[in-house]
Design a protein around this ligand. Sequence first.
Ligand SMILES: [Mn+2]
Length: 304
Amino acid sequence: MGVRLLVASRSDVGRVRAGNEDALLVADDPRLVAVADGMGGHQAGEVASATAVATLLERVQHGEPIDTAISAANDAVVTQSQDDESLRGMGTTLTAGMVDGSSLRIGHVGDSRAYLLHGGELRQLTTDHSVVAELIAAGELTEEQALVDPRRSMITRALGIEASVAVDVLTVELEPGDRLLLCSDGLTTMVRDDAIAEILAAERDRERAADALVDAANAAGGADNVTVVVADVVDVDAPFEDTMETPAVAGEVVAASTAAATDDGAPTVTDDGDPDGALEALRDAVDAEVSAPRRRWWQRRKRS
Ligand SMILES: [Mn+2]
């Protein structure tokens, strides 16, 4: 008895930012999903988020539990930051879910979020490690005030900043028919939970649901990069063909999400100027792990 995931994912630069520092991961069947939101000058944020998901994947594939895999991702970002002056001060959030039987094990640091839609009700599974979340918990700010508070994107915990990081770990039971959402704050600072719930409940096609979430964030201003992973929970014995709705290889994912990102729908994939090739090398390293490319891929969206 167990479940597996059918996944649609998007990462979009939004309407304001010059580059996309978010990264996402859909891997291993897929039973591992993750969203990371990097921060840091120049391309450092992109390096941080990409390093985090790459390390997570590598460690999980070597059998490590999700919390130690995330700690390893912290080490990797810290080390890179120390070794390269241009990357100093970079950091990233990381919210990851791993299916084990009929359970989902979640590891979480920062203000990206995991939600579960169950029986039409949307529940936020993770707690934000952010200034406004702490103020709300202390009764000093209401949810409404938090939405417009200038401190709303300040986080209190991230990977890559200190030698060790406290990783929140939680386990939720999944049932066929549930829908899981992982997202960066580019969605949740633009779109209220009730609107997210409405989209997830109304749009049964997960690819269209993912598009609709990104569209909603951009329609609200698209002030930040927006990344969503929409995962439908199905019985482990459900036909595998269903998963082929999602693009099968990394290149196709990049093209698909880039097309979704542009106003006119033109599929423009442009080079983001990765002068020392560090990001491409990272990506190649992960791609090399991909022994069953129809089932696993890793994606970092190109700047558009
Ligand atoms: Mn963000």
